[in-house]
Write a protein that binds this ligand. Sequence first.
Ligand SMILES: [Zn+2]
Length: 421
Amino acid sequence: MLQYIIVSTTGTVLIRGARQLLTLRGPKEPRRRAALNDLGIIHDGSLLIRDGIVEEVGTTRRIENLARARNAMEINAAGRVVMPGFVDCHTHLVFPPSGGPDPDEHTAARLVCSNTHQRLEARARSHLEAMARHGTTTVEAKTGCGADESAEMKLLRVLSALKHDPLDVVATFLLRLPPDESGEEARQAAIESVLTELLPKIRRRRLARFADLVWDSDGVSPECFARYLRLARGLGFPCKIHADQRSPAAAIATAIEHLVVSISHLEHATAADVLPLGGSPTMVTLLPGGSLHNGGHYAPARALIDAGAAIALATNFNPRHTPMLSMQAVVALACLRMGLTAAEAISAATINGAHALGCADRVGSLEPGKSADLLLLDVSDYRELTRQFGANLVRLTMKRGKPIYKAGEVARRPPRELRRG
Ligand SMILES: [Zn+2]
């Protein structure tokens, strides 16, 4: 295993003879409607990688005859599916932290402060490694301690330490207001301190890529959130909205008006609520794993697709309440519970997820010039992803052309032992 990884870290790699090579190649824009069903499949496909970058993609016959393929290290993909690594564009990787009894938000923030950086980092790293084993190659991670500056900065430093190893981690500052009981004044004060102190500091130190907010309009006027979005954008943050509350119509209207990059959850939205998202550049991130764990409402995915909305799929992973971190399971759930086709779900979990993170120029599809972030699946048809719910079908995960996970063998008992047993 170790040798395998060392051998393959340099030079050219040829992935040869995939039964289905899902390239996801296509237009530069997020996929909508029928385009979601186009996986750009090459039957008997091969792929040439140089220095971590996809150099050539095509039929095996063409690629294996290229002069550059001659001395390449070869990975045999015969009979298998090769596809881009999953982009998990919405997780709560580090907050609320695991360990101890279920805390309220204030206690959870205190828990962040009382844990050492090393401990928080080690826990997050073990989750990231599990994600890599299940085929994720890029992941977004949100904070969410509220206006507690020291807790927020600590989480952001943890995320910064985890940035590129083994996955790319994209950090998002998530504004979460103090609970209702604290009163409107406390909530307004929290927004003010975030806007005037915390957010500019995060920007100066480049600790987060996006500014997100938990839409919670009880006691806070939508104008307050609009101000947050305006100022965050003014500081240079692309914005997101986290809309898991009942009646998300106001959140949807604000998302469209302020051109946020993505709005997520929408478990309580109706088909009529989501119509305005049809022609909007705002990505809708669907989180069926969250629905499975937390009460069973699913976002109206079919209505969104039919309206022409761009959709992405993500885990909403959170070590406490949504511990499911497999994007394979998310793809299966999207098909089984939300009525997506396997192809729509895969597009949403790869290229559209990359769009939701502003990195679709580098990841999310297997095209020349892009990072060789890819998976070898132990199946001959991608539709098995939806049939084998709960199974890990990943045989190999590659990040920038390097294997970061390879499935192990199951030992067989020697014949003599079998006779005795
Ligand atoms: Zn969430």
